[in-house]
Design a protein around this ligand. Sequence first.
Ligand SMILES: Nc1ncnc2c1ncn2[C@@H]1O[C@H](COP(=O)(O)OP(=O)(O)OP(=O)(O)O)[C@@H](O)[C@H]1O
Length: 606
Amino acid sequence: MMPPEQENGVAPTNQTEPPVSTSNVSPCPEPDRVRFSVLRHSLHPITLKFEDVSYSIKIESGQGWCSSPKPKITRAILHGVSGTARPGELMAMLGPSGSGKTTLLTALGGRLPGKISGSITYNGGPFSSATKRRTGFVAQDDALYPHLTVLETLTYAALLKLPSSLTLREKAEQAEMVAAELGLTRCGNSVIGGALLRGVSGGERKRVSIGQEMLVNPSLLLLDEPTSGLDSTTAQRIIATLRWVARGGRTIVTTIHQPSSRLFRMFDKVVVLSEGSPIYSGAAARAMDYFASIGYEPGFNFVNPADFLLDLANGVTPDPRQEDDDDQNQEFHGRQDDLQSTKQFLIHSYKKNLHPLLKEEIHQQEQQDSTKSSSRCWDNQWTTNWWLQFKVGLLFFFSIFWGFFPLFNAIFVFPLERPIIMRERSSGMYRLSSYYIARMVGDLPMELVLPTIFVTITYWMGGLKPSLVTFALTLAIVLLNVLVAQGLGLALGAILMDVKQATTLSSVLMLVFLLASGYYIQHIPMFIDWMRYISFSQYCYKLLVGVQYSVNEVYECGHGSCRAYDFPAIKSLQIHNMAVDVAALVLMLLGYRVLAYLALRLGHQH
Ligand SMILES: Nc1ncnc2c1ncn2[C@@H]1O[C@H](COP(=O)(O)OP(=O)(O)OP(=O)(O)O)[C@@H](O)[C@H]1O
């Protein structure tokens, strides 16, 4: 994909540009735009706002008498931090080590235990499970499987997390693209490694972690020190990547240690923390002007704004007198008490000058956010409604239960009766065909009564289509399914004449039928896929769904209304011609029974 930042001296690779054009970014060629469409745009942009966020922890004071519990003291980690990050923005949190960057990031990711005061909202609402699913979090210590290769790690993430509308191949392609994007192609086949297994370098591990989160196409991406331990070119590339990812409508917040001036220029917003208190929060491009306005300007040879901000966060201020004396060593000075008073002054200035503006900005947006979140239903946890999921599930279990049950019952019939048939037939008591037909007809009432009672109760209780015709069709399909399953059971019993073998074989067959039907697994491998055509459960299930929903039926979904036939579990069934499904079942109904009869006859002759 990208980078982009030509002015930063990073050579563009085979990558494309951000989708939203910015002043320093040129539009990408059309073919790449199509190829990278999955990660290009966020589907559910999130505006993140945090206001007066404070957080304290209780720690043991270290003083206690012998075995008496040590008294606990409260330690404030964050004091009233505010800010906003909108879709398309890349926000950086700067500050000295221990200033609270990770704590704030963890709070924004909804992962901080204990009570946080102040407010953190996502499109005006609290942290919900929907927000959680759309939030990616790259922690400082990456947890990756050491034995997988880089490409395998990314491919598994892609397979598990990318939408089911993509094929396996497309998902694998996305993994490869992200690997290329993060410069991981060369080590794609190297194992990740761990404490006992030498693997890829620390920087590469970090990039794999980032890649994993990027693959899920998060709307909000939070990263803790993504560039730590990386060389400046790689760090540059990663931040440029994050900026590109943000431009696709995502909100990105990252903590960062000592960014170079090139990196600093890529941030849209910065929050600068000093001992948990903010000294700046707002546009990165205006930070220097703000500090100049309160009397802090860098020296004439000062090149990196990030260094300047970090010095201020440490209470170190530029000393104009030193600039003339000794450029090389001492641009700043400060005694301990001076440092403290500088920090206090900066915190005070923030409260006085920036905090009211931020508050205003946060509340101005609030109204827009609440309108947005009420008009859009992206906060729905699922894009399909509960009833549809329930009903499609119920129909599936109709077809499965009334496949297994008669099948396993029927398996026992011939093996158990064999000695009696042999004896009675050898004394010429009856024809095999008359026994066979009588056996089937005799079993019929019991075989059909139970499923009729079952369907009558569950159909109406389950809230399926309240139509007598549909009910009658559903019942007829289930009964047909029962008869087919019974026929298969009879055939297996007659062929094997051994209950144990027949039970094992039918269990395997049924499981293969279920898998081949595609309900549990999609994109079935070719060698097993053909089995769907001999799976009676599949035909039964298709018919049950087919009579339940008409082609143009719609249901309420995350996008307003959606066609039932577009619901993934229904779409994958490919309900085109129900007459073919009925014909297949009828053919099986007769075929299995004829097979059972022939097997009995042959067995008897031997
Ligand atoms: N659970 C905890 N118990 C004790 N102290 C804690 C805990 N969590 C955070 N702290 C303290 O809070 C302060 C802020 O920690 P935090 O990890 O947020 O800082 P940071 O700015 O991310 O630091 P670094 O850049 O070194 O990672 C530190 O002094 C840390 O020791």
